[in-house]
Design a protein around this ligand. Structure first.
Ligand code: VGL
Ligand code: ZN
Length: 204
């Protein structure tokens, strides 16, 4: 059993990120059994859930002529445009049916504001608008986070980078995460996490 000051944060283990989903991550469903087992080690478990309104600004379909996986200037910086995914209330936005929800003490939804995407569980992509997770963890006395889930190079990495920036110790279970990995994004995310002091397990 881990210490009382440790939390497991499971990122976006939702149908749309698993094989067959709208933004499927290769092997996304392979990590579920391992994550379910890992949850039993923690007295604090948080799940994040990507939760977008129809017509969200991160959807390529909201930008006439734009292709999925292209970049757009969003006002807060470059934003990758995605296929429509994780629409609030849809089946694709539900957690994968294999994920054990019973240990979750907090389910944190993010990305629900149309003009701003939110990869990180701590901040929206403008890097300023907080989700409330930091205060919740601090109120629980949490100092150290283990992160796992989907996708390694986007929501997991951005969450881990924010965690260390906020002063939490953070480790990412690469073996219990899977990446979108477009244009070297996985290598770039791992390099950024290592540089920032995130512990990667296993060490790549
Ligand atoms: C994610 C792209 C768009 C993720 C969410 O969970 O990594 N990626 N929305
Ligand atoms: Zn999203």
């Amino acid at each position: 059993m881990r210490g009382e000051n440790e939390a497991l944060v499971v990122i976006d283990l939702q149908n749309d990120f698993c094989p067959g989903g709208a933004l499927a991550v290769q092997g996304g469903d392979e990590i579920i059994a391992g994550i379910n087992a890992l949850m039993a080690e923690f007295s604090c478990v948080v799940l994040s859930q990507d939760w977008h309104p129809p017509g969200h600004s991160s959807f390529a379909s909201s930008h006439p002529g734009a292709a999925p996986f292209s970049q757009s200037e969003a006002g807060y910086g470059l934003q990758t445009l995605w296929p429509d995914h994780c629409i609030a209330g849809s089946r694709g936005a539900e957690f994968h049916p294999g994920l054990d929800l019973q240990p979750a003490q907090l389910i944190l939804r993010k990305g629900f504001r149309r003009p701003i995407d939110s990869y990180s569980a701590f901040y929206e992509n403008d890097r300023v608008t907080g989700t409330g997770l930091e205060a919740w963890l601090r109120a629980r006395g949490i100092e150290k986070l283990t992160l796992a889930g989907l996708a390694t190079d986007f929501c997991v990495a951005w969450s881990a980078l924010d965690a260390v920036r906020l002063g939490f110790a953070a480790e990412v279970r690469l073996d219990l995460s899977r990446a979108i990995d477009q244009q070297g994004s996985l290598d770039a995310a791992c390099a950024a996490m290592t540089k920032a002091g995130v512990r990667l397990i296993p060490q790549p």
